[in-house]
Design a protein around this ligand. Structure first.
Ligand SMILES: [Zn+2]
Ligand SMILES: [Zn+2]
Length: 420
């Protein structure tokens, strides 16, 4: 279940309307308990009050179903046909607990009692005149089947498991990839972050709003590198801190505005954009996590065995950078220190006046694993001071030196106009 999704009043009402429609149709009733006695609800009081609803979306797992897995670098994706998507409305949020207050509905006649105390009292008196029923607590929900794409997102260095800001930003970036590449409209594909238990990487679930699906997501998985490349240009082609309406923000996603931060997905998107398309293979649903584990283990092994010697990959990147005449000279092995003079981190290349730091990793040539992992505290130290951080791993630089160099150059140039 998704926690902390706070929809705007307008979007909550839009979804709510669907809930009611489905709710009143007996044939559509899902596995939610005790819904069968409810036939109609009036909600005039809801539109007057602007408190937000506790809306949640989830993907219902069904044991042993098939999926097709596209093993993209550090973002394996499972395409699931006919997946079960459950949307629930747990009532208006209690401002103090942020939990939904549930709906109070008469089990006899299906009428909805307002949550406001005075209104409820009057409602009870009126209701008792024609109905012997008593009110019970309900969560409203509806469920439908559609095609979904489940992306397993690796946690950022130094963090574990579920990171809501990372996941909602990744979700929005993938929606942008879909809309720019497939020219889908905002309402045709939706996404939500998915928590998956303690210490397990979170996921982003994209689903097609048309029940049954229209084939968009399968198309997206097939052309992901190109689609993400287009999204990358849109998100990083301008300077803004965290997010703006030119990139990740839109009117339909206000509930995420406070969390969106494009720097969280810069590396992820870049790695996907320069990667190849992937031949999907049939797996049991849930294999995406296994695929990510395998990728991470492979990368660790490459580092430990020094498969891509660090000194070498730095030289390859530098050579590619030098092809850009107007790029200012980078500083090698800049020692970034605190005000008190304590060494924090040493990026391989840095442009101090633009605040861009580049890390080429590798393992063999550094004794200190921490300098390579660029853990969260170092990342935060730089980010707080306005630095943009680019990281590459060995295989990437050797396979795509020009694309990597191009990203560095674009980033340095984009920072040109800013004064520090
Ligand atoms: Zn009643
Ligand atoms: Zn922006």
């Amino acid at each position: 279940m998704v926690r902390g999704s706070v929809p705007s009043a307008s979007s909550s009402e839009a979804i709510f309307a669907i809930v009611l429609r489905w709710f009143s149709s007996r044939s559509r009733l899902s596995s939610l308990s005790r819904t069968e006695t409810v036939t109609s609800i009036t909600y005039s009081e809801d539109t007057r009050e602007r408190r937000r609803f506790d809306l949640r979306e989830s993907l219902v797992e069904e044991h042993g179903t098939e999926a097709t897995l596209s093993d993209f670098p550090f973002l394996p994706m499972e395409h699931r046909r006919n997946a079960r998507i459950l949307k629930t409305n747990r009532g208006r949020r209690d401002p103090s607990t942020r939990d939904g207050e549930r709906f109070w509905i008469c089990a006899e006649c299906g009428r909805h009692r307002p949550s406001d105390k005075d209104q409820a009292k009057r409602w009870d008196e009126n209701h008792a005149r024609f109905c012997p029923g008593t009110c019970e607590e309900f969560v409203l929900g509806y469920e439908f089947r559609t095609d979904a794409l489940v992306a397993t997102v690796p946690p950022l260095p130094g963090t574990e498991g579920y990171d809501e800001a990372l996941l909602v930003t990744a979700a929005e970036a993938l929606l942008i990839a879909a809309s720019t590449y497939l020219e889908t409209e905002a309402f045709e594909i939706s996404a939500f972050p998915r928590k998956a238990g303690k210490d397990r990487p979170g996921q982003v679930v994209l689903y097609e709003s048309v029940p049954g699906g229209a084939g968009y997501l399968e198309e997206l998985a097939t052309h992901l590198p190109g689609a993400v490349d287009a999204a990358y240009a849109r998100i990083f082609g301008h300077e803004c801190s965290r997010a703006c309406y030119r990139c990740l923000k839109r009117f339909g996603n206000q509930r995420w505005h406070g969390l969106l931060n494009k720097d969280l997905v810069r590396d992820l998107l870049f790695h996907l954009a320069i990667g190849d398309t992937v031949e999907p293979r049939v797996v049991t649903a849930g294999e995406g996590r296994v695929a990510l584990d395998v990728q991470l283990a492979t990368r660790r092994r490459e580092r430990e065995q020094g498969t891509y010697p660090k000194g070498h990959i730095e030289e390859v990147l530098l050579e590619a950078l030098l092809a850009f005449d107007d790029l200012p000279q980078p500083q090698r092995d800049l020692e970034v220190k605190t005000d008190a003079g304590v060494l924090v981190t040493v990026p391989d290349f840095a442009w101090t006046d633009r605040r861009v730091a580049v890390y080429c990793d590798g393992y063999q040539y550094h004794g200190d694993r921490d300098t390579l992992e660029l853990d969260a505290s170092k990342r935060n130290f730089l980010a707080k001071r306005g630095w943009t951080i680019l990281t590459y791993w060995g295989r990437q630089i050797l396979n795509n030196p020009d694309r990597c160099a191009r990203q560095v150059v674009d980033t340095v140039r984009a920072r040109e106009e800013r004064s520090w």
